[in-house]
Design a binder for this molecule. Structure first.
Ligand SMILES: *Cc1c(COP(=O)(O)O)cnc(C)c1O
Length: 412
């Protein structure tokens, strides 16, 4: 790999601190793309990896199983929406989304409804980097618009205009309702990120909107896939974001924080009815089997992460982070060039009117001892839940500083 000056080499990490090769330290405000919720180098997670390593690092998951997968499945089933009873362990978030889409297709195929092949989603979404997942990302402003011409053509409704905490009236869901009514006969599933649209724009939308989506899917014979890869495991203040709306999906995707950010691992869960329909018809099994499916070390560390969450401390940690972010980021609202400030759970976002000068922002962050990675118009933080108030204030102080710096840059 070329040693680029804008790439920082990390030697080690502990808690919320990244140690650079040259001895400098950075407070991590990103949780390594939102996954390292318990912090780096956690003794309980390290121990789980070591323990499993000494038993078996990997074994194929076809015709064989292992206790780490069974234990993880049991722990997951205790926390997910109660209608979800079966689990498919995949190896990354994008694959979990592919699996969810294939489950929906195979389900309708098994029921003889072979026209139901398309997906409906909302604009502004992000569901991963593989072909099926890319096809449901925002088709114009997302990072995959370059590939639009070669992707399966899916159906898109407008971004919900009703914000989190607000009700959603007929008008605000009209675009979604219209597509669903018109094309239900060819729609296999609706796929959405519940409440928080992450990498597609860090927007928080109304729980009422999500409730109405659930109702509309039921009325129109369409499955609902919720992609909780970014929102799962406490990030929004609820264990899963769908709990804000008291909604149960038919299929759910998990990833990112599942292993506490230690290893790549994801899961796709479904109802018993979907799993049984697939396995009692046609091929008799779900047609997907990745080589590293249910890797034992990943399962063991995921189980250890769920046990840390089960102790319950995350609820007060996330609430405290929400309070500090709300108090500290609010001051950015008045600054020229700031379009919006929003906080939900352990997510703080400052949206600007214009795209940031990212290299300039990056060097200010690093000089202040903080690691953040803004994109487009968005400055945001999603810190590990274990961050202290002082460290979090160091993160928000540098966000305030960068907002003012960019604002002055545009004014000059
Ligand atoms: C990150 C993400 C994915 C993709 O997960 P990878 O592990 O990067 O493949 C899918 N959906 C959402 C909502 C995500 O945030």
């Amino acid at each position: 790999m070329v040693n680029r000056p804008d790439m920082l080499p990390i030697l080690s990490a502990k808690g919320v601190r990244l140690q650079l090769v040259d001895g400098r330290e950075l407070i991590d405000g990103m949780s390594s793309w939102w996954s390292v919720i318990h912090g780096y180098n956690h003794p309980a997670l390290n121990a789980a990896v070591h323990r499993q390593m000494d038993r078996v690092a990997h074994v194929m998951f076809g015709g064989l199983t292992h206790p780490a997968a069974v234990e993880l499945a049991e722990l997951l089933l205790k926390v997910v929406p109660s209608n979800l009873e079966t689990i498919f362990f995949a190896d990354s978030g994008s694959v979990a989304v592919e699996v969810a889409i294939k489950m929906a297709w195979q389900y309708w195929h098994a029921r003889g409804e072979t026209d139901k092949r398309r997906l409906l989603t909302i604009r502004g979404g992000y569901h991963g980097d593989t072909t099926g997942a890319m096809s449901v990302c925002d088709p114009e402003r997302g990072m995959h618009h370059l590939f639009s011409a070669v992707l399966p053509q899916q159906l898109f409704a407008e971004v919900p205009s009703c914000r989190f905490g607000q009700p959603c009236d007929d008008e605000q869901i009209a675009s979604f309702t219209a597509v669903l009514r018109r094309q239900q006969a060819e729609i296999a599933a609706v796929i959405l990120e519940p409440i928080v649209q992450g990498a597609g724009g860090m927007r928080f939308y109304s729980a009422d909107y999500l409730r109405r989506v659930r109702q509309l899917c039921d009325e129109h014979n369409v499955l609902l896939i919720l992609d909780e890869i970014a929102t799962g495991f406490g990030r929004t203040g609820k264990y899963f974001a769908c709990e804000h709306a008291a909604v149960h999906p038919d299929i759910m995707c998990l990833g990112k924080a599942l292993t506490g950010g230690y290893l790549t691992m994801a899961a796709t869960l479904s109802t018993r009815e979907i799993a049984d329909t697939i396995s009692q018809n046609g091929e008799g099994l779900f047609m997907h089997g990745p080589t590293f499916m249910a890797n034992p070390i990943a399962c063991a560390v995921a189980a250890a992460s769920l046990e840390l969450l089960a102790s319950g401390d995350w609820t007060s940690q996330v609430r405290r982070i929400e309070e500090v972010l709300t108090a500290e980021l609010e001051s950015c609202r008045g600054v020229a060039g700031v379009a919006d400030v929003r906080v939900l759970g352990a997510i703080g976002v400052v949206e600007l009117d214009l795209p940031l000068d990212v290299p300039r922002a990056q060097s200010l962050f690093v000089d202040a001892g903080v690691w953040l990675r803004p994109f487009g118009n968005l400055l945001y933080t999603m810190p590990p839940y274990v961050i202290s108030d002082d460290d979090l204030r160091q993160v928000t102080t540098v966000i305030q500083h960068v907002v003012r710096d960019q604002s002055e840059l545009w004014a000059s």
